[in-house]
Design a binder for this molecule. Structure first.
Ligand SMILES: [Ca+2]
Ligand SMILES: [Ca+2]
Length: 481
């Protein structure tokens, strides 16, 4: 009885603390996503089974290599590194594919020898923190690898075919891609997964990216997110194809962030595909549904979808539209996430082609360097602007006749205001739009230049009109007085 009273008091104090402590936040951060096997090889001694000519084999990248490239990531402007899973994988291949990607775990608490050792992981975290960068670790909580020992040793941890057949929630209770499907409602399974979370937190990890949450039991997720929040760990969920409604639901359920796949699809079709900007506007019109719009993860591509630049048949067009996409991404409200190689418009179709070996400065063509320069400068402009980093976003009412090619919105924080202009037209255009219709509320301003380096874009306000001079297929940002 006494212990129950104490427990009650403890819970009350935890709840009181939860109400006053600030929520974990990544607003203002820029995340760089790395798949360590495909990034940099810092130790050839751990290259068992490496074959660079086989896209389904190990390629030899490791934690030592990643640590050695932190200066590269910092120079690009990222403030956090998300690495895909690095823990012990099944040793065998499945369907001719090695577990180089990290999503076929055999042990959630040790580092796969291909990536190095736990000491290498600690050295990486220490170096990242020393350089002012945060670490986001990918966590698999839905399954083990096909060939993991646990599948045979602990069959009670996994759903059976009969349970899958009988379930009304097949996304959750049936195997994802045939992978051994964990029962998070089994207390032993929950202990293993929650224990792994605590283990990596002790190693200094700042945030978790949770894989495939669409397929994980809801009550377990709520417990997981509450523990992370109490520990100050920022959480980012991957719900494949999530739209604003799904992101809103999970933010309400205690997750800090999810990837907004609907924005990725809209940017791909409009910016890379040359379709109208209406799809992007439609996503932005729903931002009011989000409890925490500044935390939402925004991306052009990742390791599960074809490369952004692949959306054009022509490499030069793919590169130019990637520049447009990078600048556009840096004007949005949320947390930009850049997948390794997108800063040089790396190409590639579906998995594993979208996971080609990363290439660094001494391997770049002048065209790739030009894309990198745009990425670096756009990130720098965002970080230098409190409005772009953390401001609220308000759409402007562009007349219907222009709305397909022109998207305008403001970002505002503490009286500072930036106007973002995305222009999908294939030629340079000058627009003169009535201020009254836009609801911009700006007084007359002289010509103001874009915040993005190397871009010829201008805005001015006079005689009740907003005048914009915009280059083709590009996004610009202007400080408004
Ligand atoms: Ca290696
Ligand atoms: Ca599942």
């Amino acid at each position: 009885m006494r212990s129950l009273v104490l427990l009650g008091a403890l819970l009350a104090s935890v709840q009181a603390g939860a109400q006053t402590a600030p929520l974990p936040s990544f607003e203002g951060q820029v995340i760089y996503q790395v798949m360590p096997d495909r990034f940099a090889d810092g130790n050839p001694a751990n290259n068992q089974g490496v074959n660079l000519d086989d896209p389904r084999a190990w390629h030899g990248g490791d934690l030592a290599g990643l640590t050695g490239k932190l200066d590269y990531i910092r120079a690009l402007g990222a403030t956090a590194v998300w690495l895909t899973p690095v823990y012990q994988q099944q040793t065998a291949n499945t369907s001719g594919t090695a577990p180089y990607h990290g999503y076929w775990p055999a042990d959630f608490r040790s580092v796969d020898p291909h990536f190095g050792t736990l000491a290498d992981f600690s050295a990486f975290v220490k170096a990242a923190h020393g350089g002012g960068m945060q670490v986001v670790l990918d966590q698999v909580i839905n399954h083990y690898g096909y060939e993991a020992a646990a599948v045979k040793v602990r069959p009670q941890w996994f759903t059976t075919d009969a349970e899958c057949q009988a379930s009304a929630q097949k996304d959750i209770d049936c195997p994802l891609a045939g992978l051994p499907n964990l029962k998070q409602s089994n207390p032993e399974v929950a202990d293993v997964l929650l224990g792994a979370d605590d283990f990596w937190r002790t190693q200094g990890v700042d945030a978790y990216r949770y894989d495939a949450i669409k397929h994980v039991e809801g009550p377990f997720l709520k417990t997981l997110f509450a523990r992370d929040r109490a520990a100050g760990t920022w959480t980012l969920g991957e719900w494949y194809d999530a739209d604003t409604g799904t992101v809103a639901d999970w933010q309400k359920a205690g997750l800090d962030s999810l990837f907004l796949f609907s924005m990725q699809a809209a940017m791909k079709s409009s910016i890379m595909g040359g379709q109208g900007l209406d799809t992007v506007r439609a996503v932005l019109e729903r931002q009011g549904e989000l409890p925490r719009p500044g935390e939402v993860a925004l991306f052009l591509d990742n390791h599960d979808v074809p490369r952004f630049a692949q959306g054009s048949l022509f490499e030069d067009v793919g590169r130019e539209r990637t520049k447009y996409g990078l600048r556009a991404l840096m004007t949005l409200r949320g947390v930009p996430v850049l997948w390794q190689g997108t800063e040089i418009a790396q190409r590639g179709g579906a998995d594993p082609d979208n996971r080609r070996q990363m290439r660094f400065e001494n391997q770049w063509t002048p065209d790739e360097r030009a894309v990198y320069d745009v990425a670096r400068d756009a990130i720098a402009a965002r970080k230098a602007s409190p409005a772009l980093s953390r401001g609220t976003l308000a759409l402007l009412n562009v007349p219907d006749a222009q709305a397909g090619n022109l998207l305008l919105f403001t970002r505002t924080v503490q009286g500072q205001r930036v106007l973002a202009a995305w222009h999908g037209g294939k030629t340079r255009e000058t627009y003169s739009l009535k201020l009254a219709g836009l609801k911009l509320g700006a007084a007359d301003i002289r010509a103001t230049k874009t915040l993005f380096a190397g871009q010829d874009a201008k805005v001015s306000v006079s005689g009740g009109y907003l005048h914009l001079s915009l280059p083709p297929q590009d996004a610009a940002a202007f400080v408004l007085p």
